[in-house]
Write a protein that binds this ligand. Structure first.
Ligand code: 4AD
Ligand code: MG
Length: 428
């Protein structure tokens, strides 16, 4: 008898007329037939179109938009399952190949592509990145959903400066018609630098909350890892006792989202390393590498230090915990039991990027919070949170673009966001 598998029926329904609308990626006229590749952005692979040469049209060039009607056929070629045998090809939008900045068969690099923010979604390289970005967004929401977090839409316009770093963009009406409009909110209002404080408000009633939205910082930095507008994933977890409770969530989220996105790289993200800030400074002080910024206990870690630490620990993600108290914003929890004055804060450093996440336990003790300068006047509502059913809690923020840079090995942050904004540049 036969032991072979029963013949599988084709997964794709090959009957009936089909229509594909998309952009032409290649045109190959041959004697009898005309071969086209058309891509509609949903996948990397274009669909091969086979037409009789009678359907050739001088307007059918690389980059033009077409609507093709025809029948799906099993393809004789190994690379593709099916091809579309065209009855009709309609050029919807012409594209002069002489003026079009992308050339057929040329592999343009990301620097070149970046010069055309309005056209770059037509390249394989950039459209792939945006498809992965979209997948990663879904993967992150799925992680939180599956783990009992409630999504909070934290505001974009706010009156607080969560990080206290003076990197705020102020929001005002463009041309106030009268004095009343000039002071639209009655208080200074800014684009948010972090949704953390709003999450902390909600964590007084929901034990697990998160937000994932745009964040703004007037950082005058032309670096490969800073934007003026970026997306941040932030979570806040109540009834948290230790940094370990927090790093577990950070690690789980990173791993689960990355496994979702790159189903094959689970092994690459299996390991995380953990050191304290004090250990990090020791490592840096012992290193033979000369740093532009010298290191000593109390200094903030610069990108060069972060990259060195990641390499030193074997090029895997590294948690650095217990930073000097003075380096962290008012909300970070005081580690009173430590010999040095540190805060229960943690950064996650990753290969190729450096800092990916920043987080901390939040100071839940009213008396300790009160000692923080100015809090009484500006954040009396924040002190209230500690008066009415306060619980130990903590949270973190992950820079979504830096996450994409890390998992994809993309050198410049401007290549993983659809429309990059940074100092001296706000194109389109
Ligand atoms: O370390 P940061 O400043 O932490 C916070 O804002 C906390 N309030 C988060 C929290 O605990 N809820 O920012 C968090 C992350 C950084 O680790 C970095 O990955 C990213 O946001 N980030 C930027 N990404 C791109 N461009 C910039 N200008 C960024 N600034 C921060
Ligand atoms: Mg930080």
């Amino acid at each position: 008898g036969t032991t072979g598998h029963p013949k599988r029926s084709p997964a794709i329904d090959l009957t009936g007329q089909r229509c594909l609308a998309g952009w032409v990626r290649s045109v190959r006229p041959q004697k009898k037939n005309l071969f086209l590749h058309v891509n509609d952005g949903s996948t990397l692979q274009p669909l091969q179109i086979v037409a009789s040469s009678g359907l050739d049209d001088p307007l059918l060039t690389f980059g033009c938009a077409v609507e093709v009607t025809g029948t799906l056929k099993q393809s004789p070629h190994q690379k593709q399952l099916v091809e579309l045998e065209a009855d009709q090809i309609l050029v919807v939008g012409e594209c002069n190949p002489v003026d079009f900045p992308f050339k057929i068969k040329e592999r343009h690099n990301l620097e070149y592509i970046r010069q055309f923010p309005h056209l770059r979604c037509r390249t394989n390289a950039f459209s792939s990145l945006l498809r992965i970005r979209s997948e990663a967004t879904t993967a992150i929401h799925s992680y939180f959903r599956e783990n009992g977090f409630v999504q909070i839409h934290t505001p974009i316009i706010t009156s607080n400066d969560c990080e206290g770093a003076g990197e705020l963009f102020q929001v005002e009406p463009q041309s106030p018609e009268n004095d009343e409009d000039a002071n639209f909110f009655s208080v200074p209002a800014f684009l948010t630098v972090s949704g953390q404080l709003h999450l902390e408000v909600m964590s007084g009633g929901f034990s697990r909350v998160y937000t994932f939205g745009p964040t703004f910082r007037a950082e005058n930095s032309q670096s490969r890892r800073h934007l003026a507008e970026f997306y941040m994933v932030e979570a806040e977890v109540s009834f948290t006792q230790s940094i370990e409770d927090l790093t577990k969530v950070m690690e789980d989220m990173f791993r689960s989202a990355t496994e979702d996105v790159l189903a094959h790289c689970a092994e690459d993200v299996a390991l995380f390393h953990k050191i304290t800030y004090t250990e990090a400074i020791d490592i840096l002080n012992r290193s033979s590498q000369k740093f532009a910024f010298p290191t000593q206990w109390g200094c903030d870690l610069q990108t060069e230090h972060e990259k060195y630490l990641v390499k030193h620990c074997g090029n895997i993600p590294v948690f650095v915990t217990d930073y000097p108290y003075e380096l962290k914003p008012f909300y970070a929890r005081d580690n009173e039991d430590h010999p040095e004055h540190t805060a229960a804060a943690v950064d996650l450093l990753v290969p190729g990027v450096g800092e990916l996440c920043g987080g901390s336990l939040r100071e839940e003790r009213l008396d300790l919070l009160r000692t923080r300068a100015g809090l009484q006047d500006t954040y009396s509502w924040y002190l209230d949170l500690r008066r009415f059913g306060s619980v130990p809690h903590g949270g973190f923020g992950l820079g979504f673009e830096r996450y994409l840079q890390c998992i994809l090995g993309v050198d410049n942050i401007k290549d993983v966001i659809p429309f990059p904004r940074f100092s001296h540049s706000c194109l389109l």
